[in-house]
Structure formats: C-alpha cells, structure tokens
Ligand binder design. Structure first.
Ligand SMILES: C[S@@+](CC[C@H](N)C(=O)[O-])C[C@H]1O[C@@H](n2cnc3c(N)ncnc32)[C@H](O)[C@@H]1O
Length: 256
C-alpha cells in the first residue's frame, strides 16, 4: 500500500488545531487575514478560514505541495518565492522552522522587512517558530507514533542528521513507517530533507528589531488556558531560565 508523504506529514508533524487558537491569542485582537509563508500544504490556512469572514494568503514554491489540498474560495495560493508576494495581512506565520531557509543575517533581515511591509497597514504581527536549548545541536532521532484509520500506526522519526554549532547550519530529516499489528506496510526514509540555519531566539529578536518591528516577544507552544469556545490565552515568556525547558520549541513574535 502506498501513502502520500504530505498526508503523513500532516498527521504526524502538524497540529493546526492547536496552532490556530495560539496564533490568534498571540495577535491579541481579532486578526482576519492570515499570511502563511513557506506554507507547504497550507494546512494552517485551511483551518484559519473556517472562522466566518476570515481569509488567508498561502505561499510556497513547490507546486505539488501547495496544490495538495485544492482550492478554497477564501484562500489565495501563490506558487512562488515568499519574497515575491506583497499581499497585506494581519498576522504572518512561518511554521516548522522554515525561517531557517533564510541562511544569512542579510537575507533574514531583508525577508523580515518584506514581512513588516505586508503587516504595516493593519499594525499586524509576525510569528515564527524555532528550537533551541541543550539538545539544539545534538544528533539523533526523536520517535513518535500516531494512530491511523484501520488500526494502523504511523511511526515518525525526526532526525537531526548534521549540526554545526559554529555556523548554525543543521540538516534535519523526516522518516515515516506505517505498521499494522507490528508488520511494516510502508516505509519512507528521508521523506523530507531540510537544510536550515538554526536561528537562536536573540538572533531572531535582534533581526526583527533591525527590520523595523517595534516589539518582540517569546511564547511557548502551549496555551496557558483554553475556554469552552476554543479560544486560547497566552502570556509571553518573561523569565526564560525558569519558564523554558532545557530543550524547547518556541514561537517568536514581532509587532509592527
Ligand atoms: C518545512 S516545510 C513547512 C511546511 C509548513 N509551513 C509547516 O509548518 O509544516 C517548508 C516549505 O517551504 C517551502 N519553501 C522553502 N523555501 C521557500 C521559498 N523561498 N519560498 C517559498 N516556499 C519555500 C518548501 O517548498 C516547503 O514546502
């Protein structure tokens, strides 16, 4: 049996249902237009527009990936480099460490200036994720298992294959294996290969300020509270040493 790697990625790697309320809470007002850069299959955009009146602009330069979920009347999909799109938005999100595609500080600042311009009219917020802490440059795999329909299990490995603390360059791989009752049905090694610059939190914050953002904050990826309507409540991290784990994934926000 064959599986599509994007379907397995959405199952194992992404969690838009947790992310979308968190992004709205970080924005803090009532963002209507989401920009999703390095969007992949635009899974976050598709959930975002489920709220009445909301729309999204998703950008990715990989045709097969961006086309995977088809069209939606309230999502504009641009098949191009993220730096070529100027559609305004209220909140601009870059997920799954894709900010690491900007390899040099100059590229990073140019891109952030470009994002700021898209957010200027609405006084909006830019948010990206990054990882850090004691295992940031460790090699090896993290394994997880996700149940699938038909009593199957998708085993997913996130492998840091190479990491150079002197340059910040990392190579990360994603592997999938689908099993039923312990028998391997499908295996895909190196389903995704990423060559990233791993930006630290202060490097991102400095670059955001240099790009003209007025204020930056750091958030963990867990909401502080959720209400019955599915709204999240978050506070920025104030005391990093106390609030962050030894190894962490964070969201870094920059406000126009
Ligand atoms: C790590 S995936 C992230 C997918 C999704 N945002 C997520 O959170 O899971 C990175 C995506 O960025 C796209 N990409 C990389 N560089 C890009 C660029 N300069 N412009 C547009 N898309 C780019 C790739 O095609 C890929 O689909």
């Amino acid at each position: 049996m064959e599986y599509n790697k994007h379907d397995l990625y959405e199952l194992c790697v992404q969690s838009p249902k947790d992310l979308v309320p968190l992004l709205r809470a970080i924005h803090g007002e009532n963002p209507v237009v989401l920009g999703e850069d390095f969007a992949g299959t635009a899974a976050v955009s598709h959930l975002w527009v489920e709220r009445g009146g909301c729309s999204a602009v998703a950008v990715d330069f990989d045709e097969e990936t961006l086309a995977r979920r088809g069209e939606h009347e309230r999502i504009v999909k641009h098949l191009c480099d993220v730096r070529e799109v100027s559609d305004p938005c209220d909140l601009l999100f870059v997920g799954n460490f894709s900010i690491g595609y900007l390899h040099t500080r100059r590229e990073l600042i140019e891109y952030l200036r470009h994002c700021r311009a898209r957010l200027e009219a609405s006084g909006g917020v830019f948010v990206c994720d990054t990882y850090g802490g004691e295992s940031a440059y460790s090699l090896g795999g993290v394994h997880r298992a996700h149940p699938m329909a038909g009593g199957k299990l998708c085993r997913y490995t996130w492998e840091q294959h190479a990491a150079d603390p002197t340059t910040g360059f990392v190579t990360n791989l994603i592997h999938f294996r689908v099993e039923r009752a312990g028998v391997i049905e499908f295996e895909l090694e190196d389903a995704f290969v990423y060559e990233w610059r791993l930006w630290s939190i202060p490097e991102l914050r400095d670059a955001m300020e240099d790009a003209g953002f007025s204020e930056t904050q750091v958030y963990t990826k867990l909401a502080d509270a959720m209400d019955d309507e599915g709204n999240a409540y978050v506070m920025p991290v104030e005391d990093g040493e106390e609030e962050l784990d030894d190894s962490y994934i964070v969201l870094v926000a920059a406000r126009v």
